[in-house]
Write a protein that binds this ligand. Structure first.
Ligand SMILES: C[S@@+](CC[C@H](N)C(=O)[O-])C[C@H]1O[C@@H](n2cnc3c(N)ncnc32)[C@H](O)[C@@H]1O
Length: 189
């Protein structure tokens, strides 16, 4: 993305066990910071804006029937998720120091408070359902640098994410959907 020319921090909405977040944090350069947001507990439910696939997936999770990687206990059913994910960051050489790398625990609606002077170069939205995607798109775009990008991880997976993204883009002249596969990417002009 020619990132050396785009000022700003990196952000992820939807950390889960930290897979993509740790990779993004490991790519920090210069004075950039990484901010990661997640409830680090039970995922909020989809709404009427979401498709049947999303609702079925949520029901599997909610009912305790989801299984983890390699047969492990699914991560949402484990305790101390925040501490475990923080330990993984440390293990991969990108410790959560509260300054350069910061994790915010709670619902996005309660924790996302981006200073108007903040600039974001890259945001990875990996939060599945319509309402959080809509919320994060709108909040992030306010402080997205020109040339900065927002990646929609679930655009091709969950209908609510696609609807929220398409609605966000409708009629806008200040950004472009620059790709759809493997994930959708919106770039600010
Ligand atoms: C698909 S997972 C993220 C996967 C992760 N990026 C990875 O690489 O494995 C989605 C995450 O978003 C979180 N999430 C969804 N809606 C949220 C909300 N409104 N507030 C906070 N976290 C939310 C869920 O709890 C879940 O951990």
């Amino acid at each position: 993305m020619g990132r050396e020319k785009v000022p700003g921090d990196f952000i992820e909405y939807g950390i889960a066990l930290g897979g993509s977040a740790i990779y993004i944090a490991s790519e920090l350069d210069g004075n950039r910071h990484f901010h990661g947001y997640d409830v680090f507990g039970m995922i909020p439910s989809p709404t009427e804006q979401d498709d049947e696939k999303s609702k079925a997936r949520y029901e599997t999770i909610r009912s305790g029937r989801s299984t983890g990687i390699g047969g492990d206990t699914y991560y949402r059913y484990q305790g101390n998720l925040f501490d475990k994910v923080s330990a993984s960051f440390t293990g991969f050489g990108v410790p959560v120091d509260g300054e350069r790398i910061v994790l915010h625990k709670g619902l996005f609606e309660d924790t996302v408070d981006l200073d108007p002077k903040t600039r974001i170069a890259l945001a990875h939205l990996d939060c599945d359902w319509h309402d959080p995607v809509k919320f994060c798109l709108e909040r992030t775009f306010e402080v997205l640098s020109p040339g900065g990008v927002m990646i929609l991880d679930d655009y091709n997976d969950y209908g609510g994410c696609r609807t929220a993204t398409d609605e966000f883009l409708a009629g806008r002249a200040d950004c472009r959907l620059t790709r759809i596969l493997p994930h959708a990417v919106i770039r600010r002009l």
